[in-house]
Each structure stands twice: as C-alpha cells, then as structure tokens.
Design a protein around this ligand. Sequence first.
Ligand SMILES: CC(C)(COP(=O)(O)OP(=O)(O)OC[C@H]1O[C@@H](n2cnc3c(N)ncnc32)[C@H](O)[C@@H]1OP(=O)(O)O)[C@@H](O)C(=O)NCCC(=O)NCCS
Length: 292
Amino acid sequence: MSPQGEREPASRDLDPPTLVEWSLGERVAPLILDETRVWIIDLDAGLSPGESAESAEPGPERELLCEDERTRAARFVRPRDRRRFIRCRAALREILGGLLAESAASLRFRAVGQGKPELDQSSESTDSENDRLTLRFNVSHSAELALIAVCRGRELGVDLERVRPISEAARIVDSFFTIAEQSAFALIGREDQSIAFHRGWTRKEAILKALGVGISGLAARHETGFGTTPLTTQFTVATPSGRVGEWILWEAAPRTGFVAALAVRARRSTEPSADAESAGASTSLPASPGSP
Ligand SMILES: CC(C)(COP(=O)(O)OP(=O)(O)OC[C@H]1O[C@@H](n2cnc3c(N)ncnc32)[C@H](O)[C@@H]1OP(=O)(O)O)[C@@H](O)C(=O)NCCC(=O)NCCS
C-alpha cells in the first residue's frame, strides 16, 4: 500500500506516457496519480508573419519568466538561442502552473543534486504544497525541439537528441557503456550506428537525469542497450530493456530525425532513490554526445 492508502500499481500496469503538443496559452488538463504526460515544444514556432527564427526577438513568453531566467536568457549571443530558451521556460511555467492552478509567472524553482530543477517548496504544509511535492518534472532540449515530462507521484528523467553523425561514437561507447553494450554496438552495421548510438545515449541520460546526476562513470551501472525495433512518435516501452533497475524506460521518435527516452520510477515516491544517494561523486563529462 502506498502512503496515500492506495494500491501501488505494478509497473506493467502503468499507462504509457502520452505525448502532447504545447502551445502558448492553451489549457492544461489535470494529471492523475501515476500519470505521465510529455509535452513537445516547437521552440522556433509562434513567429509573426515575416519573422525568422534566426533573428526574431522573444514574444509574450518572456513576461512569464523571473528575473534570473531573463538574466540567463540575456547571456545567449544568438537571438535564436535566446528565444528558444525563453519559450522552453515559458512552456515549463505554463504547464506546471496549469497543473497546480497557480500563475505561471509566480512559480519558483530550485536546483537539487547536480542542478536538477525542482519546484521550490514553502515551509507551509498546505494542500497546494502537497500537490507540488507529488509533481515531478524534467526538461530536455535539442536544436529546435524541447520535451517537458511530468508525472504525478513518480520521479522521472527525459532526454531528447537530434540524430546526427557522431564521429567519436565508438570511443564514447567504450567510455560510458558496459562491456556487453560495447560488444553489441560493435555488431551494429555502420549505417545503423548513428541512430543506435543516440538511442543508447538518450536511454542512459534519461535515467541519469531522473537521478539528477550527470553522465559519468555511473552510466555503465545502468545497462540500457541500444534498441533496434522501430520507434513511433508516441512513447513505447524500450526493448529489450523496458525495466532497468528501478526505472521503467520508454522511447519515442517525437519528430523525424529526433529520438527521446523517458525513465519513470517503477515505484511511487518523493524520496531520493538509493542510487541517487550513492551518486554524489560523479565526474562531469560532455553534456551531449559530441559536445566540446
Ligand atoms: C543535466 C545534463 C545531464 C543535461 O544534459 P543535456 O543533454 O545537455 O541537456 P538536456 O537538454 O537533456 O537537459 C537540460 C535540462 O535538464 C535540466 N537539468 C539540469 N541539470 C540537471 C540534472 N543534474 N539532472 C536532471 N536534469 C537537469 C534542466 O531543466 C535543463 O534545462 P535548462 O538547460 O534549460 O536549464 C548535463 O548538463 C549534466 O551532466 N549535468 C550534471 C552537472 C554537470 O556536469 N555540470 C557541469 C556543467 S558545466
């Protein structure tokens, strides 16, 4: 029985996460316990006629951001990157604000562990605070897309990557994947290696982001494999590794040329996992494959 007195569903009973499109100002439907929803955000959308994503200045989304976020946005040199950051933050605020029935602009965040954002809690124990405690979220962005995954009652992590050639894929696999995974990767044909690498990478990142740690030596602790079965736009259970330790792993290709993985904790809890407690000393490595 869960602390709430309800039967905890076995992981196989969990409904697959649904993927929904985000647009500014749209109503957010409530999320029930154990439900996972993933919003996809087109970061270059919402342009006025004649505007280009390369040069457009941020629109009304900017008004939703706090001072710190605006300062961070101002550090981006390219207008395109500034606008993408602002749209992603605005989406996160609107989604969480909608789920909590609070104003998007008033939400406050804090970073835990190695930088994982969480909703800031006040010291008061009100219904609204309890509501916040059960709401877990994680964000990932790659090029012009972002994913925002939210679950009520379970920790989760999401990772999205645009598939592109990675010249050092084999070296990265040797560094961060298990011996069995290294052998499996070596058997994948050259033409399939890029997609396989990104699938393996996003699977590991999703788990590590759920734990709130960076990609590191810990990556080899979670054997996720690469996955060769076709992906669909909606999330389906990863094969053959749908369950990795305490994580249920889902995968999708939300848009052509992108792959995503989502790790949802198999049991309900707002407490850090045993993995997270022992993960303090991870070494930081490239945040994205091939990044400097
Ligand atoms: C978190 C991390 C895994 C992100 O990897 P990424 O593939 O480049 O980025 P993604 O787009 O998937 O995720 C970024 C988002 O994840 C969230 N995030 C940040 N740190 C996180 C963490 N430790 N765990 C989970 N989520 C995190 C944020 O919402 C961030 O969005 P923002 O950049 O708009 O604030 C990576 O930065 C990392 O390894 N961090 C660990 C700490 C570290 O090494 N810091 C050194 C930075 S120089």
